[in-house]
Design a protein around this ligand. Structure first.
Ligand code: UN1
Length: 500
């Protein structure tokens, strides 16, 4: 048996993935077909919504801490397969090994977080103005949640949503990226093992995966049996989904494009800055929504910093992400490499100067490998304002901090941002209400690689949603204001009298 067949067997999807038909999974590493997943249509999507609704009827009656126990078991299953699932992420998404493993760790972490949360879905008690009345605010299960996820985090994004949804009492329907279906199959298999261990209290179809193209996602987004649609991906996709969901007055939670900047001030530790840039601009081959795309550097240090960065970029090992030492794997496909080439051509035509990289790298035959690019730009022209999902770092210079913050905030997206500085005044200004306008703002670390404990998401074209930590769970629940009269009278609020 081949190595890949063995891996799929260990992940208990050997049979499902070897049908030879449906959605084809091709590795971006070398173009090899890894296996297949079923391809569903709109009618099957509708049936999944019906099944999720009936699962909801039972699951919402299970006490939240018991629901947490199912997620605890899921976390256990994932710990057991971390190495194999991490390898599958590498094979399907092209991430280097440590990032593939890191992604599965992120899933395990959110499971732990959700287990704790299952005993902390706190509401409020409120002071009633009426005598012998109690008021409280309670969080109730909402209903099935649709999770639309992208190729670049083929399992973590599902887990931020599904782990929280499950403890909140909501079944999850998952529409993964067509590019990474086997990771979804393997994750679903792990969920099913956890559900089997949990026993009959877990209704069937608490977690389902629907494989399909955009039309299937649209059909699910239009389905009123799914009160919440959580979508991660491009702004174009998010806009389409949000409009469909809004047309039926459903709720959407959007985590869309980023165009994340780093401001480097004169007091910055340049050694640290170079390391911060490298991981965030080049990690995952520039295919994170939090990837660093704009470097806004004080004019007095631009040349010095650029020299160091060019040196660091020129020694970057690009190649097979399974190999130790490689830091830059392939782009997801040839289309992404084309977008990389097109963006660089546009940058040149807008006055940009490519300082390093920007060409194809050798890599492995059958994959799309590029050399990460640094491009000095005269200003924030059209190409800079657009998110190109590839390792291109646009460099701009500034004179004073207000100008740097204005450049940071001029992008139509508002996901992540950071400043490198040793000045408390600069750092705190960046973090103030007139500082960065993004959902995430960091000091002396890059914009990518967020921990699960914080709320994750951003403003403007990023969509405004918050997932993962903090109180993001509230999006998966229905807020109910409850008032109880424990007296014998019926006093009305606002002193209204209505004696009959
Ligand atoms: C994404 O790219 O869709 O902060 C999410 C990070 C990761 C998540 C990225 N924890 O880079």
């Amino acid at each position: 048996m081949s190595k890949i067949a063995n891996l799929l067997e260990r992940l208990e999807i050997g049979r499902a993935a070897s049908t030879g038909q449906g959605l084809e999974s091709r590795s971006p590493i070398d173009g090899q077909v890894l296996g297949h997943a079923p391809l569903h249509d709109a009618a099957e999507a509708s049936a999944a919504a019906a099944r999720a609704q009936s699962a909801f009827q039972a699951w919402r009656r299970v006490p939240a801490p018991r629901r947490g126990e199912l997620v605890r078991l899921l976390g256990e299953e994932l710990r057991r397969i971390k190495d194999d699932l991490g390898l599958l992420v590498t094979l399907e998404a092209g991430k280097i090994r440590s990032e593939g493993l890191g992604e599965v760790q992120e899933v395990i972490d959110i499971c732990d977080f959700a287990v704790g949360l299952s005993r902390q879905l706190y509401g409020l008690t409120l002071a009633s103005e009426r005598p012998e009345h109690h008021m409280r605010e309670t969080w109730q299960p909402l209903g099935p949640v649709l999770v639309i996820s992208a190729f670049n985090f083929p399992v973590a994004v599902w887990s931020w949503n599904a782990a929280l949804a499950l403890v909140c009492g909501d079944p999850a329907v998952w529409k993964p990226s067509e590019k990474t279906p086997l990771t979804a199959l393997a994750t679903q298999a792990a969920f099913e093992r956890a559900a089997a261990r949990f026993g009959a209290e877990a209704p069937a179809h608490l977690s389902q995966v629907i494989f399909g193209r955009a039309d299937v996602g649209e059909a699910l987004a239009a389905d009123a049996r799914i009160p919440l649609v959580s979508a991660t991906g491009s702004t174009r996709m998010g806009r389409a989904v949000a409009q469909t969901v809004a047309a039926r007055l459903g709720r959407s939670l959007l985590e869309l494009g980023g165009n994340n900047a780093m401001i480097v001030t004169p007091s910055a530790d340049l050694e640290l800055t170079v390391r911060g840039v490298a991981f965030s601009a080049v990690g995952t081959c520039g295919q994170r929504c939090t990837s660093l795309r704009r470097l806004i550097v004080h004019e007095s240090l631009a040349d010095n910093l650029l020299d160091r960065l060019i040196k660091a970029y020129e020694s970057l090992p690009v190649g097979d992400p399974r190999q130790d030492g490689v830091l830059v794997g392939p782009l997801i496909d040839e289309g992404a490499a084309q977008a990389f080439d097109d963006a660089l051509a546009q940058a040149r035509s807008e006055g940009g100067q490519v300082l390093t990289g920007g060409d194809r790298a050798e890599g492995v035959p059958g994959g799309a490998y590029v050399r990460p690019a640094i491009v000095r730009m005269p200003g924030q022209s059209d190409v800079v304002m657009r998110e190109t999902f590839a390792p291109i770092l646009y460099v701009l210079t500034y004179r004073d901090l207000d100008e740097a913050i204005a450049l940071n905030n001029a992008a139509p997206q508002g996901l992540s941002s950071c400043i490198f500085t040793d000045s408390a005044r600069e750092a705190e200004t960046f973090l103030s209400g007139w500082g960065s306008d993004c959902g995430i703002a960091n000091v002396n670390l890059g914009p990518s690689g967020a921990e699960i404990g914080g709320a994750f998401g951003g403003e403007k074209e990023t969509g405004g949603g918050r997932e993962s930590g903090s109180d993001a769970w509230k999006a998966y629940m229905r807020r109910q204001t409850q008032t109880v009269n424990f007296g014998r009278g019926l006093p009305l609020a606002q002193g209204v009298r209505f004696d009959v």
